[in-house]
Design a protein. Structure first.
Length: 341
């Protein structure tokens, strides 16, 4: 079966075609980074309007690439939540409208479920159970994944997510939006050891995160010195090191406590080269395996939504119900409540 995936949860419009036997046939992504850069962050109304402009042209493009037509589509998967309400409504309304017209099922997918299952598209794929570190602009969580639809929350951020902290720190350093990649690039120009920042909740004894205090510590560093190119690079490097130290330590603790030997890293921060290097080294020393989705699938994308929809179809009779055109979106949706049994 050919599944069309549509992702519009925030500031990236992603569409993809995934075939249940042939795999990923085509995908396309439009980022709104330039649109929101002037404001230093995502403007929800602008995001929604841009999704409206992009979804159908992108869909026509991947259908041409896959040498397919809409009549070949057997189901449509879309991001139902969490995310920006207006942005979610764009994807949901288009998906349900197309599904109703085509008389095929429409499946609402949890955005984070798409992220954590995306490494299963690669070879080799992790075995169940595994620990998932979900790190993005809006989420920092550790989950135990026992199987499709069987998710246990182990720990999460109490305030700012890791990606959000990257963006806010980048703004403090005068960098553009999105700030994560620019901050990581700047960090490579630093001299280690010239700035010291805290490692929040590193020794808290639990698996929760907190990055708001780290951002405040950066504010104090910025106020206390002349912010020339050298100082900016040193602060960027120490900030990145602090975040990575905490993420790596908590991930290793989760693996040990759950007696699991596979770790999956997903979400936009999962593309960070320092985080990948540190976890790869830890895996070599600790005897576990770590899995990352391809860099192009770390950020929001339609491929992960189409893939999650295909998995749902293979496991649930209810998922095969033809769309009646009605829908809702869930801007706040706990991943642990998702079940496909």
């Amino acid at each position: 079966m050919l599944v069309l995936g549509i992702e519009t949860s925030c500031d990236e419009t992603g569409v993809a075609l995934y075939h249940t036997e042939r795999g990923l046939l085509a995908h396309a992504l439009h980022t709104q980074a330039a649109l929101h850069a002037e404001y230093g962050g995502v403007v929800p109304e602008l995001a929604s309007r841009d999704h409206i402009r992009r979804v159908l042209p992108l869909t026509r493009g991947i259908l041409r690439e896959a040498k397919s037509t809409l009549s070949d589509v057997g189901a449509i998967a879309y991001t139902q939540g969490p995310g920006l309400a207006g942005a979610l409504l764009v994807g949901a309304s288009i998906a349900q409208g197309l599904a109703y017209a085509l008389r095929v099922p429409a499946l609402g997918i949890h955005h984070l479920e798409g992220h954590l299952l995306s490494p299963l598209m690669a070879k080799p794929a992790p075995d169940f159970p595994f620990i998932a570190l979900l790190v993005s602009g809006g989420h920092s969580q550790l989950m135990r994944i026992n199987g499709i639809g069987d998710y246990e929350l182990l720990g999460e951020t109490l305030d700012d997510a890791a990606g959000e902290a990257f963006d806010k720190t980048a703004k403090l350093l005068g960098l553009g939006y999105p700030g994560g990649p620019e901050l990581a690039a700047l960090a490579r120009q630093s001299t280690p050891g010239r700035v010291k920042l805290p490692r929040p909740m590193l020794h808290s004894g639990d698996l929760d995160f907190s990055f708001s205090g780290l951002k405040t510590a950066v504010v104090m560093q910025v106020k206390g010195r002349t912010l020339d190119a050298t100082a900016r690079a040193d602060i960027a490097a120490e900030f990145q090191a602090a975040v990575v130290d905490v993420l790596v330590a908590k991930s290793l603790t989760a693996l040990e406590r759950c007696a699991v030997s596979h770790l999956v890293v997903a979400g936009g921060v999962g593309a960070n080269a320092e985080l990948r290097t540190r976890l790869d080294k830890a895996a070599d020393r600790g005897g576990f395996k770590v899995y990352f989705p391809p860099a192009e699938f770390c950020t929001d994308n339609g491929a992960m939504i189409a893939f999650a929809g295909a998995l749902r179809l293979s496991r649930s009779t209810a998922a095969k119900t033809t769309s009646d055109g009605s829908f809702s979106v869930w801007p706040r949706w706990e991943l642990a409540t998702v079940s496909h049994r």
